[in-house]
Design a protein around this ligand. Structure first.
Ligand code: F3S
Length: 655
């Protein structure tokens, strides 16, 4: 079944205003209020108010001084106001401002000697009220035929319309009147809300197989909507509630249009949608509503007592309502006093009335559930970011709890990386967006990744806007490879090459950094076209060839550590990162053939710094220079000869 609900269905401005004003009266339990006739043409609303002590009366004669009378949206004639004033009865006037405007037009023109013509139904209370502003002297026509039969010939005519009248019929009657009357002033007082409702009903009917019009049987605008729908869509029903649908109706896969009169409350429309769609949760609420007449109302009240097992609510009616602890919130751990306190205004769903103790059972949880669903739909439409706690990992994703609703987040949408370990998120609050809704099954699909992607994009744009060679960042090591480490420097990854990680020779980047380390780096190079960034890590002041300058002096001894032994000599570490060569001829004060026989790796020896070549990073050391000369001269090479001896470049140069 394909269901379309008219956008204009439900309370119009005038009715919403009236209902709100009467709700306020309900809260005043010190005074008795009456309405002259039903407040609006909807049994459901009128009965709801009656239960709260607002009683409809048909005659004002029974009213006594000091009592209060609510004048309904349809309005009344001047005479009623005068009588009420005489009786000293307080008036709460909820006449729709659009109707009031007609009263003013009619009263003014009547005084100026115009004949008043009302185009509308003479039995409708609104029309009778309007007539009461010209001493009941108006001509009233409901059809062009009525006007033609009357064949009026007036010299000064003021024409107004019932607010809920059908525009086309109004125009036909006016056309006729223009032919027969002189000096005619026409006020098209058909309410916009009515026009919009009627034209939308017409359009919806023309694309629907079935039309359902919800509203009171005595509601003029509902009946007009019904006749419009029926004229276009033969399978049309006019119902007070969806349960009035004849038994056995099966709409299969038909296109069903739903509209409603201006005095039909939203709860009746929602009930209809819920039942038509087999809307499980709402149907459950409505299931309960069948038990009593006023079950299903959504009302506001004031918290007057908070007990551990229930909350007592003053509904402005004769009885107080109670919310059992389990109906206060979706959170099973929530306590009553954590949700509300005495004096709070609270909106609740009426679950049941007249229980064993004569109380009204209420639920905040059920109302919250319906509201939350509406909010979730709005959040999807508006791309709003929601927050919820991850409750479990399931096959192919994880579940996030959003105000009692389970949101499935597929693994591909749960994190930046598709293969992320989702169990890490359990118990954590995550931000997400709704990416899919199944209204009928009440299923939600969310994405955390869309938010992460958007954040990343924003960071990247910010980064590229002010990235420059030399700029320093504190980044996080994201991954390590044989040739270097990738570091996140704010939504963008750069590479620190292995040679940039340390002044010393290292075999693998992991000798210096680990994944997750926070390190300070600077941009060495940016390739704008490929968006590749090379990062530097080691600092100039840590360059051991700079440091060693403060540690040794040419011609002075130094403590060095033997680190490698070669056939032509031994390398000794002066400081980490800087080695010097002790040539074989400089190891002892006698001729030796094998350096390994004289020195051991790891051994610390004292050697004289005999030569420094800063440019080529070469330092020559001599143990022999610190030893006493041998007693018997040997065939040692001359000093100049030693200086000439050099190790192969790759061995002598250490960075
Ligand atoms: Fe007023 Fe128009 Fe509604 S006249 S009561 S707003 S239909």
């Amino acid at each position: 079944m394909d269901i379309t609900v008219a956008k204009t269905a439900g309370f119009c401005f005038g009715v919403a205003r009236a209902v709100e004003m009467v709700e306020k009266c309900c809260k005043d339990t010190q005074n008795k209020y009456y309405t002259l006739g039903p407040i609006i043409h909807n049994k459901h609303v009128v009965e709801g108010f009656a239960r709260k002590g607002i009683a409809p009366i048909e005659n004002i004669d029974r009213l006594k001084e000091g009592e209060k009378l609510i004048i309904r949206t349809h309005g009344v004639g001047r005479e009623i106001y005068d009588k009420l004033k005489e009786k000293n009865v307080e008036i709460i006037d909820v006449t729709c401002p659009f109707v009031k405007k007609i009263h003013n037009i009619v009263e003014r023109h009547h005084k100026e000697g115009y004949k008043i013509v009302i185009i509308g139904d003479k039995n409708h209370p609104e029309v009778q009220g309007i007539n009461g502003w010209c001493s009941d002297a108006a001509e009233i026509f409901a059809t062009p035929e009525e006007a033609e039969n009357a064949n009026p010939h007036y010299n000064k005519v003021c024409v107004v319309a019932q607010t809920t009248f059908v525009q086309e019929v109004f125009k036909k009657i006016v056309t006729f009147l223009k032919k027969t009357c002189q000096d005619i002033v026409i006020f098209d007082t058909i309410c916009n809300a009515t026009e919009e409702r009627q034209s939308e009903a017409y359009e919806l009917s023309s694309v629907s197989d079935v039309m359902i019009v919800l509203g009171g049987v005595n509601s003029s605008n509902t009946q007009k909507l019904y006749s419009i729908c029926k004229s276009v869509c033969p399978t049309a029903y006019c119902l007070e509630r969806i349960d009035d649908l004849p038994q056995g109706c099966d709409f299969g896969s038909k296109r069903v249009g739903i509209t409603a009169g201006a005095s039909t409350p939203a709860v009746i429309i929602k009930e209809a949608i819920g039942k038509m769609e087999n809307f499980e949760s709402f149907e459950a609420l409505m299931e309960e509503s069948l038990k009593t007449l006023n079950t299903g109302d959504i009302v506001k009240g004031t918290v007057i007592e908070v007990r551990p097992n229930e909350v007592i609510v003053d509904l402005g009616a004769k009885q107080d309502g109670f919310i059992p602890a389990g109906e206060i919130s979706d959170d099973p751990n929530a306590t009553t006093d954590s949700i509300c306190k005495v004096g709070d205004e609270i909106e609740v769903f009426v679950v049941r009335v007249n229980d064993a103790d004569g109380n009204i059972m209420l639920s905040k949880r059920k109302l919250d559930t319906v509201k939350t669903w509406e909010n979730v739909k709005k959040a999807q439409e508006e791309g709003e970011v929601l927050e919820g706690k991850v409750t479990e990992v399931v096959n192919k994703g994880m579940i996030v709890n959003y105000k009692g609703y389970k949101v499935f987040v597929p693994a591909s949408q749960a994190a930046e990386k598709r293969d992320a370990d989702l169990s890490e998120f359990v118990g954590k609050v995550v931000a997400f967006k709704i990416i899919d809704i199944n209204d009928r099954r009440k299923r939600l699909v969310g994405s955390v990744r869309v938010i992460l992607d958007a954040q990343k994009k924003e960071l990247q744009e910010k980064f590229w806007a002010d990235a420059a060679v030399g700029k320093v960042y504190t980044g996080v090591v994201k991954s390590i490879t044989n040739f270097g480490a990738f570091v996140d420097i704010g939504g963008v990854d750069g590479l620190v090459h292995i040679s940039e990680l340390s002044w010393k020779h290292i075999k693998h980047p992991s000798e210096v950094v680990s994944v997750g380390d926070s390190i300070e780096v600077y941009i060495k190079d940016i390739k704008e076209d490929t968006k590749k960034i090379s990062l530097g890590f080691k600092k100039a002041e840590d360059n051991p060839w700079e440091v060693v300058k403060t540690k040794i002096t040419l011609g002075e001894p130094a403590q060095v550590k033997i680190v490698r032994i070669m056939p032509y000599g031994a390398f000794a570490e002066i400081i980490p990162g800087v080695d010097g060569l002790i040539h074989i001829s400089q190891i002892a004060n006698r001729r030796i053939d094998n350096p390994a026989a004289e020195l051991k790796i790891g051994e610390t020896v004292e050697a004289k710094v005999t030569e420094i070549d800063w440019e080529n990073k070469k330092i020559a050391l001599s143990i022999r220079a610190l030893l006493p000369a041998p007693e018997v001269a040997e065939e040692a090479p001359a000093a100049e000869e030693v200086a000439e001896v050099e190790a192969p470049a790759e061995e002598a140069t250490e960075e």
